[in-house]
Design a protein around this ligand. Structure first.
Ligand SMILES: Nc1ncnc2c1ncn2[C@@H]1O[C@H](COP(=O)(O)OP(=O)(O)OP(=O)(O)O)[C@@H](O)[C@H]1O
Length: 282
């Protein structure tokens, strides 16, 4: 089953539109969601959560339409945005009391265990917490009703590498239950390389690809050479080409290239830049 299925989603604002967005997140997997600033990641996530009304298209969570089954579905979802949006004068202990009333499945023991693990103070007002602590608190709040699906929109932006790593570890621990799934938007493609199973790339309101991470990282290669050398590559192997610091860089389909050509392993970031800035032709 798919935890999330987005089919032909359209949403227009003045000057921007999401166009025919389709992708799915299989149950038990982590989907990384990448794209430039303003590409439409947050808009897509808000449509998935029905926080924004779509123009048309279909969004199914656990096989059910989110608009028709919003209340029951939302009990199974945890959400983390790029900051903690709760009243700033409250502390983590007061938030526990509020959340107990919101979710029948709220697990105070689990919540306080996560706060202790993350060293988030239980009695300090939210407004006095550092950015890292706010995000850790936000994640503890999203997890403590034991959701089946987590949607995270830039949860690690502006955090130092140590805190980011702690958050990634927590997400991996959450994924130990094979029925759990995550959609995670991030500009930190290196984080996604560590934990994602699939990557969806959105550019200018359209999906460029939605693919298994292993396919992206192991089936593509980068060739660097002169135009004459590039001319020797088989046409069908060439995915994108761009001028590099030294010669021409070409993103190629590895299996279609003779092994005499030395290829470099691409990163997700390399592939993303090739698709945005590269040319299709040789
Ligand atoms: N409520 C709104 N009204 C009008 N335009 C909006 C609204 N929300 C988003 N937009 C526009 O939609 C576009 C996509 O924004 P969105 O926040 O989805 O991008 P993003 O990929 O999440 O970007 P970032 O990585 O910078 O967070 C932007 O041009 C933004 O200005």
């Amino acid at each position: 089953m798919n935890a999330i299925e987005v089919r032909h989603l359209h949403k227009s604002f003045e000057g921007f539109s999401l166009h025919d967005i389709s992708f799915s997140v299989p149950e038990g997997t982590i989907m990384g969601f990448i794209g430039e600033n303003g590409a439409g990641k947050s808009t897509t996530i808000k449509c998935i959560l029905n926080l924004l009304k779509k123009d048309y298209g279909e969004i199914l969570l656990f096989g059910k339409d989110i608009v028709e089954h919003e209340i029951s579905i939302k009990n199974d979802i945890g959400v983390v945005f790029d900051d903690l949006y709760v009243p700033e004068t409250l502390n983590a202990t007061q938030l526990d009391k509020i959340m107990k009333k919101v979710f029948k499945t709220w697990d105070s023991d689990y919540y306080f265990e996560r706060l202790a693990q993350f060293k988030v103070p239980a009695y300090k007002k939210v407004k006095t917490l550092s950015r890292g602590m706010r995000m850790k608190l936000s994640i503890a709040l999203a997890l403590a009703h034991h959701p089946k699906l987590l949607l995270l929109d830039e949860p690690t932006s502006g955090l130092d590498p140590i805190v980011r790593d702690e958050i990634l570890d927590l997400l991996l621990a959450y994924m130990e239950d094979e029925t759990h799934s995550i959609l995670l938007s991030s500009h930190m493609t290196s984080d996604l390389e560590k934990i994602a199973d699939y990557i969806t790339f959105i550019h200018d309101g359209e999906i460029v690809w939605s693919e298994s991470k292993d396919v992206l990282l192991y089936e593509y290669g980068i060739f660097n050479g002169t135009q004459e050398e590039v001319n020797e590559l088989p046409e069908q192997a060439i995915i994108r080409k761009r001028a590099g610091a030294f010669g021409i860089d070409v993103l190629v389909q590895k299996h279609a290239v003779n092994p005499v050509f030395a290829l470099k392993k691409p990163t997700i970031e390399d592939i993303m830049i090739f698709f945005v800035k590269g040319e299709v032709s040789r």
